[in-house]
Design a protein around this ligand. Sequence first.
Ligand SMILES: O=C(O)CCC(=O)C(=O)O
Length: 244
Amino acid sequence: MSEMEAVTKKLELTRHQVSSMPPSTIYIPDFITPEEEEQLLNKIRTAPLPRWAQLSRRRLQTWPSSLSSSNTLLAAPLPAWLHDPIIPRLESQTGIFMDSPHGAPNHVLINEYAPGQGIMPHEDGAAYHPVVATVSLGAAIVLDIYQKRETGEREIEPTYRILQEPRSLLITTDEMYTKHLHGIQEITADRDLGPKTISNWDLLGHQIAFTDGQNERQVRTSLTYRDVLKVSKLGSKMKIFGNR
Ligand SMILES: O=C(O)CCC(=O)C(=O)O
């Protein structure tokens, strides 16, 4: 990509910046089409059962594999259905992985939340380059963002609330990645939704769906794309074992 193209892309992206948040949060509604959403959900549903890890409050698939205890990913390509259309579109529309060590995401977590399920506030940690691209499928959900105090503890109440519509893309980078925690409440409906409480309200693609201020939860699936910093090739792994 030429320097000019990179500057143009950055400018285009500012349209999708969540203005009430630090300039490191981007929200793009309708990033994928309903047909693409259905194809992805179909692939996820038909994945072999052992692919799912049943956690206490959600289900999880990890592609291409889980990281080792030293946060290392064994080099392997993502399956084609997780690559296309999302990765080329991330590249052409956002360029956000342009400066990451591998120039593209190499790891995807698939989280599935039934109504009443969620994920405790947490940080994504040092295993990844500090960029996360989340594509939402199936239904809307509110992601809560908590500021981290100097002491490392999080604020009790979320500082920001982001409403993620199905088919949307949320990108968090920099300060949002390093100085905040994120989580999803274990509730059956997101309430009190509106311009004053939802940070990306003006950027929503289908605001009208939430004008009563509520989102009754349905099964929502997320794909989180990241670039794992440490990648080991099988060959070098065998060498390590061979040297033992
Ligand atoms: O489902 C989501 O949007 C959040 C997932 C998440 O927090 C994570 O994968 O670390």
